[in-house]
Design a binder for this molecule. Structure first.
Ligand code: PLP
Length: 380
């Protein structure tokens, strides 16, 4: 039995061209980009190209890109780096209840250091409401951090409208775009964001790599101390081979973006239609909101997450109950808990299916058949 992967929001398979670029770099370009000799210069060229490709992908300048060890580190540098460097202007931070733990645990850590954090609610559609943000803004707010696309529901947040709202305020605006990047076109200038997080392994690149966009006007305190790399904002010898792979992944994600968008939308629609055709009772969390096509969060009344995931896994379907970092825990998802009332069964019977490179019409069809069978068995 070949397992079917429907968990691309957790991580994605490395694209063959990415693996090729990484292998070539590992074998041919082992130099340290900081060395001035020819070996170093070759590695530096890979890094320079990557920076330029990353910058162009979000319509930024090369010097605004800071390579990091992934989305988590980029979120940490953005949030803690801004907080520590700007505390003389205020110690108030605004975020939402549905952020990834890379954000939530970072702001919680700042609370222990005397910062005050406001956690915005979301409505039952999974969206942040501008009025709440307006009400929460204070003169001493120094950072607003709101994710672009939620990793559990795929719901798109009103980032451009938030950017507009914050334009005249002293606060910096950070967005975690990990689940948006590669699906939605991103122009940092139009969105009016000051900081933006991207992760490589969500777009068929290697794990342990990402970047943070930092607007030139942002004052940021580095969290690591060492060499001059990344203009001292993230010192440490760069992972050149992974960066070579990431460059390829970004280029592929950009050139194939519209095609992928359509393809994943087709997979999603086919999957849901098949469940409907089999008479499965389900609802989609965040259905009324704008969502990316590759993530759906489905509630199956009369079931529970543990039984569903175990049975899916036994039948060779890999899905998730939400954030991969908390999968395996029986705690209801913090995202769904923020969307629904405390005793709503949606928080304990919902599964995230996410589509991507490992899918095709055949395996999506097969997965839907298996899912329908299991849900029928568990509910009758
Ligand atoms: C929205 C979001 N932010 C941040 C991260 C963390 O990224 P990384 O795994 O590269 O550290 C993830 C990964 O699940 C995510 O989905």
């Amino acid at each position: 039995m070949k397992a079917i992967y429907l968990d691309h929001a957790a991580t994605t398979p490395v694209h063959p061209k990415v693996a090729e670029a990484m292998t070539e770099s590992l074998q041919k370009n082992f130099g340290n980009p900081s060395s001035i000799h020819s070996f170093g210069r070759k590695a530096r060229q890979i890094l320079d190209k990557a920076r330029s490709v990353a910058a162009q992908s979000i319509h930024a300048s090369d010097k605004d890109i800071v390579f990091t060890s992934g989305g988590t580190e980029a979120d940490n540098i953005a949030i803690t780096g801004v907080a520590l460097a700007n505390q003389a202007k205020g110690k108030h931070i605004i975020t939402t209840k549905i952020e990834h733990h890379a954000t939530l645990h970072t702001v919680e850590n700042l609370e222990k250091q005397g910062f005050e954090v406001t956690y915005l609610d979301v409505n039952e559609h999974g969206e942040v409401e501008l009025q709440q943000l307006k009400n929460a803004l204070r003169d001493d707010t120094i950072l607003v951090t709101v994710m672009m696309v939620n990793n559990e529901t795929g719901v798109i947040q009103p980032i451009a409208a938030i950017g507009e709202l914050l334009e005249e305020h002293q606060t910096y605006f950070h967005t975690d775009a990990v689940q948006a990047y590669g699906m939605l076109p991103i122009k940092v200038g139009e969105l009016k964001v000051d900081l933006l997080t991207v992760s490589s392994h969500k777009i068929n690149g290697p794990k342990g790599l990402g970047f943070l966009y930092v607007h030139p006007g942002v004052t940021l305190q580095a969290l690591q101390h060492g060499g001059e790399q990344e203009r001292k904002r993230r010192p440490g010898t760069e992972n050149v081979a992974a960066i070579a792979g990431f460059t390829e992944a970004i280029q592929l994600a950009l050139t194939e973006r519209e095609q992928r968008y359509q393809e994943y939308q087709d997979y999603r629609d086919r999957f849901l239609q098949m469940l409907r055709d089999q008479g499965i009772d389900f609802s989609i969390n965040g259905e009324k909101s704008e969502r990316v096509p590759n993530i759906i969060n489905v509630s199956f009344p009369g079931t529970n997450v543990e039984a569903l995931l175990t049975n899916f896994d036994l039948s060779g379907v890999a899905a998730s109950s939400g954030s991969a970092c908390t999968a395996g825990s029986v705690e209801p998802s913090h995202v769904l808990s923020a969307m629904f009332t405390e005793n709503s069964s949606c928080t304990t019977n919902s599964i995230r299916f996410s589509f991507g490179l490992a899918n095709n019409q055949e395996n999506v069809t097969e997965a839907a058949e298996k899912v329908a069978k299991i849900v029928t068995r568990l509910t009758t």
